[in-house]
Design a protein around this ligand. Sequence first.
Ligand code: DC
Length: 222
Amino acid sequence: MSRRLIIAVDGPAGSGKSTVAKLIAQRLNYLYVDTGAMYRALTLKALKVKADLENEDELGRLAKKTDIRLEQADGSLKVYLDGENVTMAIRTPEVTNSVRYIARAKPVRAHMVTLQRKLGENGGVVLEGRDIGTVVFPDADKKFYLDASFEVRVGRRYKELKETGANVSEEDVKNDLKKRDDSDINRSIGPLKKADDAVFVDTSDLTIEGVAGKIISLLDTR
Ligand code: DC
C-alpha cells in the first residue's frame, strides 16, 4: 500500500498554488484543503453579522461558533458556511478586500490551525495556503513554495476575475495584490514565508500542468 502523505503548498496570491494543489490532490486521489477558502468564509460571515473587523477577540469568538466545511465533488471544491453553499460568495471583491483583517487576528488563526490539523492529520492530503509548511504542518512529508513575478501574478488574477465576469481593472487587481502581499508578509503570526525545507518553484514561465507534473515527480509515495 502506498504512503498517504501530508503535502504543503504555500505561496502568494496568483502564484498558481490553488490550481496546482487541486491538480495534485486529484491525481493522487488525496483530500484537497484550500485554507484560504476557510479565511474567506469567516470573512463573509464577519461582514454579514457586521462584526468589528478591528476587534480580534470578537473575531475569535465568531470563528468558534461558525461552521465551515469543505466538500470535494467532481473535481471541484464546495465551501459551506453554517450549512449554506458560499463557494462563489467568498470570491467577491468585498470579501477579498476584508480578508486581511480576519487573517491577522491571532485567535482566528489559532482556531483555523486547529481545524486544519484535524483535516490533515491522517495524511493523504494536500493543504494549500500561506503558513502550512511553517505553522500548520511543520513536519509535512513534502513542502512546496510557489511564487511568480508580480506582473505574472497580477495577469493571472486579472484573467481569473474577468472569466468570472467581475468588473475590475488591472489597476484594481494590482492594488489588491499589493495590499494582500504586504499584509500576508508582515503579519506577526503565520506570515507568508517559505519554510527552510520547502522546494521553491518559480511558476512565472511554467504552465500549471508543468508545475503539477514537476511536483508529482518529486513525491515519493511508495
Ligand atoms: O489563497 P487565497 O488568496 O484565497 O487566501 C485568501 C486570504 O486568506 C489571503 O489573502 C491570506 C489569507 N490566508 C492566510 O492568512 N493563511 C492561509 N493559510 C491561507 C490564506
